[in-house]
Design a protein around this ligand. Structure first.
Ligand code: NAI
Length: 701
């Protein structure tokens, strides 16, 4: 007979085994009712004399996906997770947690208080709190460290990743995995435990503290992640808690964890991380207008051009299990490209980020070809030839002639007009921009650019494909530079003007780094190489409005053959890889200022940062107002994941909203009065400043 508690937890008995089932669709989140129901059902089981063991399981092939998101960060009412854990840990009857679907966050923390855990082979387990700027405060840092040791706990909690059941078994997080039906296996497991009188293991009492620990690992991990964790609180607090589990007894360790959680909760960096967490999810959603479109199946893929980007894109596709044909203009170019791909894999293996077997398998999926005929069976072709419109159009004309009907034809152009490229084909509905970031097999951001004629089906297909290959898609409309590079242009432009007015490249870079960018704009340019954008500027010179202010500094530097790190000189001079300020560049900039009749004067770091960020935000507001980006938070996702904007500041648009849009507008107006037309305020910014509201939330669905 089944009894039900709080409408979401069922209790039944199978001979001497009680079965407690959480049944709170859709994901069995652990809200107030589930906790109360569990307390009653477990108490019932522990008090029932005929019960010898308990199986704790979730309905609908799920365990507990975590605490109820609605309660996140707020006070918990009623029964607490720690009450449930105490109830289980104090009981003299063994409990077996049977995990299917997801056991995440509080769900896994509950399972960690249970003496035995078995899992379906398809289940995923993890403590993802770090992604929201928090830490697992239901004893997760203390129990996991005691169960698996500090190295594994650091890895699992700091990454927040989902472990497969197989890895969980290997690490000792679960006692068994089963490929068959979970409940019968759990009952059987429980019966064996009863029959063998297997001692009940209580993690929290396993050892007073974890012994044999090399405490150097804590210093080392902090040092290793210094730049990655800058401005963040949670990762440091996680390390502190795990270290506490090794130095202190359970009671003090749990106390450290509680206090650390509170510190994370109050940190401003958390608001930024929460913003980004939801921003990333919203960005990946298909627009309502395309929702009815069915994605086309993608089985085989191809890439045109085996250069920096083409090679990286081929790796990204192969790593996700796709067969990839990669086409080059000559055998020589193909050999060079494939060599680079091979050497990238070799580096990953040396670094330990990929196993030899995985790398070999991925490499075997990449096949070099020279003939367009070989692309006829591809469902998706991504073009990554030189950034040259005539060449791209010619490539698409050839592609149009051989690609099968329904194939998606994508371009990796970083700035060019998608419509002009699509216009070279007789199927513009199938053409779309897929702007990968370098290195394409590593960077997760993928800007997806829909042209005027791109079909809903094409958009739906690539949005879902992006997720298949582990990328973070942001959908944009066609516009010069799309979202990312359009803003980068004003970012660079203002930095150059600041040079002319009195700053130096190293002062600007330092100010940007102090704000949180991993690298300043001039160091970044030197690293990427200055020659390509020089060529682009020469080509674009004819389209420039002669009345617009234009800084010739970059051109002057290139005229000296200084193309950045690869030539040993650029904005800086290079001693090996170390950038050194160069008086020659300072003199060059001073000469430019003099030639232009600009009086140089000291500029504060504050003004540098305000000016650059305000320019980015104003451009962002244009982009948003024109509908190039769907929402302000999409721009933040692009900037954080593609351009090194500090994560703990949430992105430029989030930064602006925190400043207050009225204040940002006022700053723009001030610069407009000082510097003229390039600082024209975006109409949307003016409108929002007036209304006193934040950015429009855009499409939430
Ligand atoms: P790259 O110069 O490294 O590679 C281009 C490759 O295309 C070369 O290997 C070349 O042999 C090949 N190629 C040229 N014409 C060809 C043809 N007709 N048929 C087949 N292959 C041909 O250039 P990169 O950096 O890989 O850039 C490629 C595209 O990706 C450009 O449109 C660029 O704007 C874009 N992009 C570049 C990024 C970067 O960081 N480098 C970032 C995002 C996009």
């Amino acid at each position: 007979m089944t009894e039900t508690f709080e409408a979401v937890v069922h209790y039944s008995q199978n001979d001497e085994i009680a079965v407690v089932t959480i049944d709170a669709p859709p994901v069995n989140a652990m809200g107030v009712a589930v906790r109360a129901g569990l307390h009653k059902a477990l108490s019932r089981a522990f008090a029932e004399p005929s019960v010898k063991a308990v199986v704790l399981i979730g309905a609908n092939d799920k365990f507990i996906a975590g605490i109820d998101i609605k309660e996140f960060g707020g006070p918990r009412n009623g029964v607490k997770l720690s009450d449930l854990q105490a109830l289980i840990e104090q009981a003299d009857k063994p409990v077996v947690a049977a995990i299917d679907g997801f056991a995440l966050g509080g769900g896994l923390e509950l399972a960690l208080a249970v003496p035995f855990r078995i899992s379906a082979a398809r289940a995923r387990l993890g403590l993802p709190e770090v992604n929201l700027g928090l830490l697992p405060a239901g004893g997760g840092t203390q129990r996991l460290t005691r169960l698996l040791g500090p190295e594994a706990a650091l890895d699992i909690i700091l990454s927040g990743r989902h472990l497969t059941a197989e890895e969980a078994l290997r690490k000792g997080l679960v006692d068994r995995t089963v490929a068959t039906a979970l409940l019968p296996a759990a009952l059987e497991f429980a019966r064996t435990v009863v029959a063998a009188s297997t001692p009940i293991r209580k993690i929290i009492e396993l050892t007073d503290k974890v012994s044999g620990v090399d405490f150097e690992i804590f210093t080392a991990i902090r040092k290793k992640n210094e730049s990655k964790w800058r401005g963040m609180v949670a990762p440091y607090k996680i390390v502190e808690c795990i270290e506490a589990a090794c130095r202190l007894g359970p009671r003090e360790g749990l106390e450290v964890e509680r206090n650390a959680f509170q510190v994370c909760l109050d940190a401003p960096a958390r608001a930024a991380q929460v913003h980004l967490f939801f921003a990333e999810r919203k960005a990946a959603k298909l627009p309502a207008g395309d929702a009815a479109a069915r994605p086309r199946p993608i089985k085989s893929t191809a890439v045109i051009g085996a250069g920096t980007m083409g090679g990286g894109i081929a790796m990204a596709l192969a790593n996700a299990g796709y067969e990839v044909k990669i086409l080059e203009i000559s055998q020589d170019a193909l050999d060079r490209g494939l060599d680079r791909v091979r050497s990238n894999y070799a580096t990953s293996v040396t670094r330990g980020s990929t196993s030899q077997a995985t790398a070999d398998a991925a490499l075997a999926r990449i096949k070099g070809v020279l003939d367009y005929g070989a692309l006829g069976d591809a469902d998706l072709v991504i073009e990554a030839v030189f950034e040259d419109m005539a060449l791209k159009q010619e490539t698409f004309r050839k592609l149009d002639a051989v690609a099968k009907p329904g194939a998606i034809l994508a371009t990796n152009t970083s700035t060019m007009d998608i419509d002009a490229i699509a216009g070279a084909t007789n199927r513009p509905g199938d053409v779309i921009g897929l702007h990968f970031f370098s290195p394409a097999h590593v960077m997760r951001l993928l800007e997806i650019i829909r042209g005027t004629k791109t079909s809903s089906e094409t958009v739906a297909t690539v949005m879902s494909f992006a997720k298949e290959i582990g990328k973070m898609p942001v959908l944009a409309r066609n516009s010069d530079g799309f979202i990312g590079n359009r803003i980068l242009k004003v970012y660079g432009r203002e930095s150059e003007f600041l040079l002319e007015e009195g700053a130096t490249p190293w002062q600007i870079d330092k100010a940007l780094q102090a704000f949180g960018f991993p690298m300043g704009v001039f160091l970044m340019r030197d690293l990427a190489g200055l020659d390509v954008s020089w060529r682009v500027r020469q080509y674009r010179a004819r389209f420039r409005d002669p009345n617009d202010r234009y800084s010739p500094v970059a051109d002057r530097i290139c005229e000296l053959g200084r193309f950045g790190q690869k030539t040993g000189k650029g904005y800086y001079r290079y001693d090996g890889r170390t950038a050194v300020p160069d008086p020659e560049i300072e003199a060059l900039i001073e000469k430019v200022s003099a030639d232009l009749g600009i009086g140089r004067k000291p500029i504060s770091d504050d003004e540098i940062v305000t000016r650059i960020l305000t320019a980015m935000v104003n451009e962002g507001a244009f982009i948003l107002g024109e509908g190039v980006a769907r929402r302000a938070s999409d721009i933040d996702v692009v900037y954080v994941h593609g351009y090194g904007f500090p994560k703990y500041r949430g992105g430029p648009m989030f930064w602006a909203e925190n400043q207050g849009l009225a204040k940002v507008y006022e700053t723009v107006q001030g610069f407009h009065a000082r510097f003229g037309k390039l600082w024209r305020p975006a109409p949307l910014l003016a409108e929002l400043a007036d209304s006193g509201s934040g950015w429009p939330t855009g499409e939430e669905s």
